[in-house]
Write a protein that binds this ligand. Structure first.
Ligand code: ZN
Length: 292
């Protein structure tokens, strides 16, 4: 008896292993395959989609999304996705890939955030404004619901949780920077325009919208003059893009430097979008010259 049941049990166990592998693969295949063009959008899709989506990031961690280049395999992945989430104009490579591929659905996060085409054309860095992120969270929930209507309640509840976190963040910024209206915010590149507008700061970017552009000596002199005129004591640089120019300028004019993260990628796996936004708020409170 034992000699007969043993192989049967072994066969059953083997079958179960196979079945569980199979169902594991099926789970992966059944979850919506969402490609998010860079980290802040990955964060929103993960929060809203939860376990029901498989999120792939198009921009590798630590890479600069502005100058991203795509491999043929990545373009094929975009083509095969159930949903691609992106911000038009931020990444030329993604715009170009979407022009030659046919993913099942495409989500324009800029449109969902409510920014006008005109402001998008001027500046794509809308994820640094928590209120604009709220629009993206709601829009993602709607789009995921279209693709998977059975889970509408899950997406709605997840989006609600994210929106509550974003509202709390917004309140913390509004309160934390209440005395800073009109303060001059000197940054490596023009990533903080929407944030500056929302909380009444005056952004001065050293390199412009694209961090790869080298500022001219004339621009550096200009920024130096603004720093002196406005009693700026700290200028901010970034984690991903090279801070050399910012540091050299700070040394030159004798001011401090601090890190302000434009969250163009996730630089620390233990700190998500919300965590980094709070860290940025602390850096702003410490570094800006605010009234009392
Ligand atoms: Zn940027």
């Amino acid at each position: 008896m034992r000699t007969r049941t043993y192989p049967a049990a072994a066969a059953l166990a083997a079958a179960l292993v196979l079945a569980s592998c199979g169902s594991g693969d099926d789970d992966a295949g059944d979850g919506l395959q969402v490609d998010a063009s860079f980290y802040p959008l990955e964060f929103v899709v993960e929060r809203v989609g939860g376990d029901l989506v498989d999120v792939g990031g198009i921009t590798p961690p630590g890479a600069d999304p502005h100058s991203l280049e795509l491999s043929p395999a990545q373009v094929a992945e975009i083509d095969a996705a159930d949903l691609v989430v992106y911000i038009p104009t931020l990444q030329a490579a993604v715009d170009e890939a979407l022009a030659v591929t046919e993913p099942a659905a495409v989500f324009d996060a800029a449109d969902a955030s409510g920014v006008t085409e005109e402001s998008l054309a001027h500046d794509p860095h809308l994820w640094l404004d928590p209120e604009l992120m709220e629009g993206i969270a709601g829009g993602i929930a709607d789009r995921l619901t279209e693709l998977d209507p059975d889970n509408a309640d899950v997406f709605a509840a997840n989006a609600e949780g994210l929106v509550a976190d974003l509202q709390e963040l917004d309140t913390a910024y509004a309160d934390g920077l209440a005395d800073c209206a009109g303060a001059t915010l000197v940054v490596s590149h023009d990533a903080f325009g929407y944030l500056a507008d929302r909380y009444g700061l005056d952004q001065v970017g050293i390199s412009g919208i694209n961090p790869d552009a080298e500022p001219s000596p004339a621009r550096l002199r200009e920024v130096g003059a603004i720093v002196e005129e406005n009693d700026v004591h700290t200028i901010f640089f970034e984690v991903i893009t090279s801070p050399d120019v910012t540091r050299a300028l700070a040394d030159d004019i004798g001011v401090e430097t601090a890190v302000l993260d434009p969250i163009e990628g996730q630089t620390d796996a233990d700190a998500d979008y919300i965590d980094v936004m709070y860290a940025n708020l602390e850096a702003l409170q410490a570094g800006l010259t605010c009234g009392g």
